[in-house]
Design a protein around this ligand. Sequence first.
Ligand code: MN3
Length: 243
Amino acid sequence: MELTRRQLLWQTSGAAALLSTAAIVGRSTVAAQGAPPSAGPFTLPPLPFAADALEPHLDAQTMTIHHDRHHAAYVTNLNAALANATELKTRTVEDLVTNLDRLPEAVRTAVRNQGGGHLNHTWFWASLTRGGGAPPTAELARAVDASFGDFAKCREALAVAAVGVFGSGWAWLSVDRTGKVIVETTPNQDNPLTRGNRPLLGIDVWEHAYYLKYQNRRRDYVDALFNVVDWDVVQQRFRAAKG
Ligand code: MN3
């Protein structure tokens, strides 16, 4: 389990991503968990913690449904969409989402929605941990201060962006093309990689992520989520994005 977690840390790095993405989306991790074989090349990675590990902030029932049904559906649908696209099935989902505009039109929307859903959720689970992590330090802290003033203002900007997403989507802490740390939002299951940015932390604001416990109180969910963010993981992603 620890190995899985460490592999997940590195998903946004260049060379490291190429090495680890197979494990993230992959056969070996799931096989080790005894999961049933998937019909396609993409498989559902197990949650890197117990479903109740993030209680009381994120409840076990929401986590179970979110992972076992919603994330699983993105994987199933992605495999179905690419069933006849032999040349695409060998690529990583990160690569597919990054190069969306170069994909055949017949599969582009499916990769955007289902591939994006698979990728976004894989990263999401990996950025959460029981009890949360210490605030950013070192180079990430300096970059956050440079962009937002301080960490509290950064968190507030991210929360405000998350609350402001109309309908379903994500709020992100990302690194833009110039290396600056920014807050951005994407609709549906779009990912900043498609814009050329590097995501550090995504906040899922689809209602399936919070409605059972928080109903329409999205801000309460976002504030609670900050209690279980693993900022060490965010920092690792920042280093990889800058590297
Ligand atoms: Mn979700």
